[in-house]
Structures are given as C-alpha cells and as structure tokens.
Design a protein around this ligand. Structure first.
Ligand code: MN
Ligand code: MN
Length: 461
C-alpha cells in the first residue's frame, strides 16, 4: 500500500532534493564561466579541449594494436570537432557510452568577399549562421574570430575584440525618430539579413594617390595587412565569425543564473568534457564527442552527418576484432544538447506540464521535432527507463522537457544521427532561457546536475 503522497509525482526545484549542492554548483560555475567567456567558436573550443585533455593521446589506428582499460585517446577532426574516449573494462561488443554535444553556436559569418565602404564608413558583409533573431544583433559589441589562409599557404588565427583594450565592432540600427517605416515591418524583417553589416572603420588612407576611390576600405586593408599579414583576396580562404564580445555574468541578486554567449551548446559541452576527463576506469568504453555544424543541421564533414565518428568506432572495432554493428546495438547515447526553459513572460508558447524549467535539474528530452514529432529521435520507453534509473540511483535531479506547445514550432538535435546507427539515444542537457540570443541564460544548479548526470552515465556499470 502506498502512502497517499506516493501516487503522484511533481518536478520541483533542485534545492528541494539536493539541499547541499549550491556551494559545489557555484564553484563548478566559476570554471564554466571562464570557459564560456574565453571560448567563442568551435575552433577555440577544440583548442581548449586539447589543452585540458592532457592525459589523452592521439589515436592512430595504424599504430594501436590493443585497447587497454583506462587508455585515453583523442581524435581531432580538422580542428573544428573532437572526440575523446576512454577504454572500458568490458569488451566493445558490450556497447559504449556516447555523450555527444556540439561546440558551434549561432553567429554571424563573414561572406567570402566581405569588405566595402559606403559614404566614408567601412563595413563587412555577413551571412548569419544558424537560427538567429536578426533584430537582436545590432547595437551590441561584437568580436572577430577565425582563421585566414594566405597565398603562401600559411595561416593566421584572429581573435579581436575580447580583451578590454581591443577594438570592438558593431552593427547599427535606425534611430526611433526615423524608424516609423521600419517599425511597421514584421519582427522577422525588423533587421534583414543584408542589413547585418558590421562597422569596421572610418578613417581614409593617407595617400597622395588620387586613383584610390575607397580610401576607408584601403585604410582598413592596410591595417589588416600590418596586423595579420592578410590581403583582401585572403577572405576567400578564411572562416571568420563575429560573435558577441560579452564575458559571462552572474545574473540575479542571488547569483543563481549565468548569462553568456554560446551556451547552446557549450553549456553541455563543458560538463561533458569534465565528466569525460574524470572518467578513469569505466566499465564500458566512453566516447565523448564535441561536434560542429549542429546549428545548420549537422551538415558537412565536421558535423554529425559525417562518417567521422563512425569511422573511429570502426577503427576501434578493427583493433579488438568486433563488428561495429554489435557495438552500436548495445550502446546508449546521450545527445548532450540544451532545451528551451519555460519563460513566464512568454508563457503562451509553452505547455506547462511538459516544459523544462530553470533550476529543476538536467532535462531528459524524449523527443524533439516539428509538428507531430517530425524529424525527431523519439527515445523508447526502455531507453527512458534505463536513463531515469541511472539518474535516480545516483541522486541526479532531472526533469522532462518538450520544446513548446505541439503546433507552435520545433527543433532538432544530433540525436537522430546517432539513433539511425541503431544506438539507443536520448537528449540530455541544460534548460536555457533566451536560447540562440547573443546572451543566453542558464542556471548554475542545472549545469552542476547536468555534470552529475554525465558522470553517472559514464560510470554506468
Ligand atoms: Mn544545441
Ligand atoms: Mn541550437
């Protein structure tokens, strides 16, 4: 016979179940804040991970003859995605534990021929990357990040606008006095894609040569050449991203929340990294993936549609004489991605019973998708049961979460690319307010319990 209170279940504030976690969570958040402030692009994230993962050696399929429990390897995919793995005590054919997060975030990329001047102001043309609300990007400080190749084959990495003394960049917006027509536009068109032009200078080059028509542009190129050794043509062999030049901040009098750029999905990547690094002697092999290109549909050879990860699994299988398909069918994957936190200010789009909330723990998202679960990995009851048991056994505070009301919109993650390999997959991550905005908001307690969730999963026996 159950007590009358034991029939029902309510999801509630983390502090109700884990009263003592605040101090540890706030401490964990300090490490996270320095990471999220320092690392603004997928390339910078890979560098950070390589620096942290000092106990990992590069996996060379031709040289590794045997996989020993506790061995740690990394595989760097073109400096834009990376895999860390720890060999477990059990054979690979018993399955592996995958944790897959993504390290790209919505941003403004430069077009391949970006530089122009108009009426004595120099600009860069941009092409936005991922799902942004374009009106959010003008009138905030921007920084420039990326890699440019030169004619001689050498390259230069640019990071300008993050240090206090660095210059910043900006997109302008119309003053309200003259915005009557603009304010009649839909929000989607409030700022149009071709209006996301970045101001980069306003001084003309000092030259006697009257043939130079665009003197501000010429002066900008002179500075770029003197600073980075790059010329205009080199933009065609470059990947340059403009992102908010914001550091992470505590939010609220109680400092319970964190605002930062790029939390989707580096707020999951960081706990996944920490859990993987600390995972010394797992039963099952762990494969922790930091992938690129999720925000544009996981495309390309650094995204999850690529064979990259699956080739690694095959290489591991070759060493231990097992079949990759035997590994996949026994494996579980945590698609380590964020969900949308319920926002009381915009309550209309959420369905309260099934939304995720800040401070209610790591979110187990059974399915994502659009209109009738289309495009979703829909985790099975069996997979949900396994993961929920794991969380409960290890006292990880968790909640469920749907993105929003059924017919109102939707989204997707990398989950479907793992499940199509026959891996049981479920989305597990942090609830985010203002997702995809230049300054997203998360909860320290949630981040900490997400870290505990990944740790519990990787230690799974
Ligand atoms: Mn994401
Ligand atoms: Mn996203």
């Amino acid at each position: 016979m159950l007590k009358s209170s034991e029939y029902s279940h309510e999801y509630h504030h983390i502090l109700k179940d884990d009263k003592s976690c605040k101090e540890k969570a706030y401490e964990f958040a300090e490490g996270y804040k320095s990471f999220i402030s320092a690392v603004k692009t997928e390339r910078e994230c890979v560098k950070y991970i390589l620096n942290k993962a000092t106990s990992y050696v590069e996996f060379d399929a031709k040289k590794v003859k045997e996989l020993k429990p506790g061995d740690k390897y990394f595989i760097n995919n073109r400096g834009k995605a990376i895999v860390l793995l720890t060999i477990g005590k059990k054979p690979l054919s018993d399955g592996v534990n995958f944790v897959v997060s993504h390290i790209d975030s919505p941003r403004l990329d430069l077009k391949p021929n970006p530089l122009y001047e108009s009426d004595d102001i120099g600009f860069f043309k941009t092409h936005y990357y991922g799902g942004i609300k374009k009106y959010q990007w003008p009138t905030i400080p921007l920084s420039m990040h990326g890699r440019v190749y030169k004619e001689d084959g050498s390259f230069v990495d640019i990071n300008c606008g993050e240090k206090e003394e660095d210059p910043k960049f900006i997109i302008t917006d119309l003053l309200p006095h003259l915005a009557k027509e603009q304010e009649g536009r839909t929000l989607r068109e409030g700022i149009k894609g071709e209006e996301l032009n970045i101001v980069i200078g306003s001084l003309p080059i000092q030259s006697e040569d009257d043939d130079i028509k665009c003197k501000v542009k010429e002066n900008t190129l002179k500075i770029l050449y003197e600073t980075y050794g790059i010329k205009e043509k080199d933009f065609a062999r470059a990947e340059i991203e403009f992102v908010p030049a914001y550091m992470a901040s505590d939010i609220g009098f109680d400092r319970s929340l964190i605002a930062a750029y790029g939390q989707d999905d580096r707020v999951c990547a960081y706990p996944a990294l920490m859990a993987e690094i600390e995972n010394d002697a797992p039963e099952l092999t762990s494969i922790t993936v930091f992938t690129d290109k999720e925000e544009i549909g996981s495309e390309g050879n650094t995204g999850m549609v690529s064979e990259f990860l699956f080739d690694i699994v095959e290489d591991l299988c070759d060493v231990s004489c097992v079949k990759a398909r035997d590994v996949y069918r026994h494996s579980i994957c945590l698609s380590s991605d964020v969900n949308s936190a319920y926002d009381p200010t915009f309550a209309d789009v959420y369905e309260k019973l099934n939304s995720s909330y800040v401070n209610r723990g790591v979110v187990l998202t059974k399915y994502t998708g659009h209109a009738g679960k289309s495009g979703s990995n829909d985790a099975s009851a069996e997979t949900m049961a396994k993961v929920i048991k794991l969380m409960d056994d290890r006292k990880v505070v968790w909640q469920i979460g749907e993105l929003g009301k059924v017919d109102i919109g939707g989204g997707g993650t990398i989950a479907k690319y793992m499940s199509q390999r026959n891996v049981d997959t479920i989305d597990v991550g942090v609830a985010v307010l203002s997702m995809h905005s230049p300054y997203e908001v998360t909860s320290k307690l949630d981040i900490y319990h997400t870290y505990l969730a990944y740790k519990a999963f990787l230690l799974n026996k």
